[in-house]
Design a binder for this molecule. Structure first.
Ligand code: FES
Ligand code: FES
Length: 167
């Protein structure tokens, strides 16, 4: 660690974390290397592929484009935390049921992105799903099964919301 290191404190998956980091270290490397949260992946390292997608203060970001020091004071959620609290359980089940993953390299980022879409746009159609996930590259599946899975969850979430509103 150089003299330029800086101490940051942030909340990651509900736990407060304080670490000294290099100013140039990206958030995704901090999460993977310092905290051993390796569920999010690193692909292109320049903001194109979406493999490094995580949630910072409620918004999806590319962990390779954010410096760890910029996340000082933030609330960060990764695939590990989101999975543990069941936030993605329906999407995970749908991806599994429809073979929407093969190697799995894109999957953490894809699930987090899909969940972000369904939270802001529950009434989404296939074209909107394709457009929203266009920044998340999958080199294996051809995307069709991914869109099927997200569409099925969108429908199920809408039905569940309708049911609970009618009670
Ligand atoms: S590794 Fe961050 S967008 Fe590709
Ligand atoms: S499942 Fe292999 S990159 Fe998407």
């Amino acid at each position: 660690m150089s003299d330029l290191g800086r101490t940051i404190t942030l909340t990651v998956n509900g736990e407060r974390v304080t670490r000294r980091v290099e100013p140039r270290q990206h958030l995704i490397d901090f999460l993977r290397l310092a905290l051993e949260l390796t569920g999010s992946h690193v692909g292109c390292e320049h903001g194109v592929c979406g493999a490094c997608t995580v949630v910072v203060d409620g918004e999806i970001v590319r962990g390779c484009l954010v410096l760890a020091v910029q996340a000082d004071g933030a609330v960060v959620e990764t695939i590990e935390g989101l999975s543990e609290r069941g936030a993605l359980a329906d999407l995970q089940a749908a991806f599994h049921a429809r073979n929407a993953l093969q190697c799995g390299y894109c999957t953490a980022g894809m699930l987090i992105t899909a969940d972000a879409l369904l939270r802001v746009q529950p009434d989404v159609d296939r074209a909107a799903i394709r457009s929203f996930i266009s920044g998340n590259f999958c080199r294996c599946t051809g995307y069709h099964a991914i869109v099927d899975a997200i569409e099925a969850v969108a429908r199920a979430r809408r039905e569940a919301a309708k049911e609970s509103a009618g009670r």
